[in-house]
Design a protein around this ligand. Structure first.
Ligand code: PLP
Ligand code: COI
Length: 357
């Protein structure tokens, strides 16, 4: 058992052809640029082993691995930021470690000790720390992924797995305020399913509905419950929040909703400012009625990749509703500013969220 004070022994093979000096940091599309190294380890005979940092590159595996056939795979997402004092802050990595294990359990995959998850990331980020961009709203995106590697076509949990961590410099996922559609045909997750897990399959199922929405002129979808499409659940790959009558309102988490770490950070900050917070079911009818009577003044997505993504327009059953001007939105703009400052070491880390290396 690895404790926080023990160092995870990782075999490091440095890249012989580093790409840092030739990478263009001025135009970073999300998830397309990868740093020089990756972390890889294996789950074999009931234990995690072969901890390695390797040059970023291809991995050999059989075309029969069960991750490909039956989707035994999940991922995580977190970010690291340069601080003015030369340190690097990884934002709340233990929260991702915890959630990763919830995903693993639901998908019949092995859990990974939190200390291994965090130290693997910390040592990888430290090695590639020069890849962390310093422009405003930029960071190093960290993508842990676990997948089943048994070459066997029986539908049963694999006995072997790989856990891999990739990193890459990135800017904000959304480059503009969003026009979103309330989805009332397709569903992202259903009760008893695994919407709360970051299962790869959840994202595969979201692609067609999202593409249909784009064809209709929207940027993203607001997912609603699978039973009656009556209640708001999430916004694309982010949690969703509204300001209604000055209160910060967000869907309460359940098995169809991913328990976002940004969501938790935003609610914690807002409560500390004395903003009233409500975590409860929010009906589509309430959202539409509150836009119409002017009591809904702000709407936004919150997530690691999304950061704080303002919603400018909401479409429902063919009608598009325009929300108040983004520049005048007090709560979400304050959240965006303060969260950025805390993560980048520009404001006191009063909640102890930054893991410094
Ligand atoms: N909901 C979904 C479906 C997501 O994919 C994400 C992204 O990770 C979130 C919510 C936000 O979670 P977090 O703030 O932990 O990134
Ligand atoms: C993240 O915010 O880390 C996510 O996982 C969203 C991603 C699917 C773009």
């Amino acid at each position: 058992m690895l404790n926080a004070t023990d160092t995870l022994e990782i075999k490091i093979t440095r890249s012989a052809t580093p790409r840092l000096a030739t990478t263009d940091f001025s135009n970073l599309a999300f998830g397309k640029t990868f740093s020089d190294h990756m972390f890889v380890c294996d789950y074999i005979e009931g234990e995690w082993t072969n901890f390695q940092i390797l040059p970023y590159g291809e991995l050999p595996f059989s075309p029969a691995i069960s991750a490909l056939h039956y989707g035994q795979a999940f991922f995580e997402g977190l970010k690291a930021y340069n601080h003015p004092n030369g340190k690097v802050g990884i934002f709340r990595p233990y929260k991702n470690a915890e959630r990763s294990n919830r995903s693993a359990e639901r998908l019949s995959m092995p859990t990974l000790p939190e200390e291994i998850f965090v130290q693997a990331i910390a040592q990888l980020v430290d090695l590639d720390r020069e890849w962390i961009p310093s422009q405003p709203h930029h960071s190093l995106y960290i993508r842990p992924v676990m997948f089943a590697t048994d070459a066997a076509l029986g539908v049963q949990p694999s006995s072997t797995y790989k856990f891999v961590v990739l990193t890459g410099p990135t800017g904000p996922y959304f480059s503009k305020n969003l026009k979103v559609k309330i989805e009332t045909t397709f569903s992202r997750a259903s009760e008893g399913g695994f919407g709360f897990a970051k299962a790869a399959g959840n994202y595969a199922g979201s692609l067609l509905p999202a593409r249909e929405a784009v064809k209709e002129g929207y940027d993203q979808l607001i997912w609603t419950d699978a039973k009656n499409h009556e209640f708001v659940e999430e916004l694309g790959a982010a949690n969703v929040m509204f300001v209604i009558n000055g209160k910060l309102v967000t869907p309460s988490t359940r098995d169809t909703i991913l328990k976002g770490i940004t969501r938790d950070s935003v609610l914690t900050m807002a409560r500390s400012w004395g903003v009233e917070v409500e975590e409860r079911r929010i009906s589509v009818a309430e959202v539409i009625a509150c836009i119409a009577d002017g009591s809904l003044t702000e709407a936004f997505g919150v997530g690691t990749a999304a950061t704080i993504a303002h919603i400018a327009e909401i479409g429902h059953e063919g009608t598009v509703y325009t929300l108040p001007d983004v520049a005048g939105r007090e709560i979400s703009n304050r959240i965006l500013k303060t969260l950025n400052e805390i993560r980048s070491g520009l404001a006191p880390d009063e909640f102890g969220w930054n893991y410094l290396i």
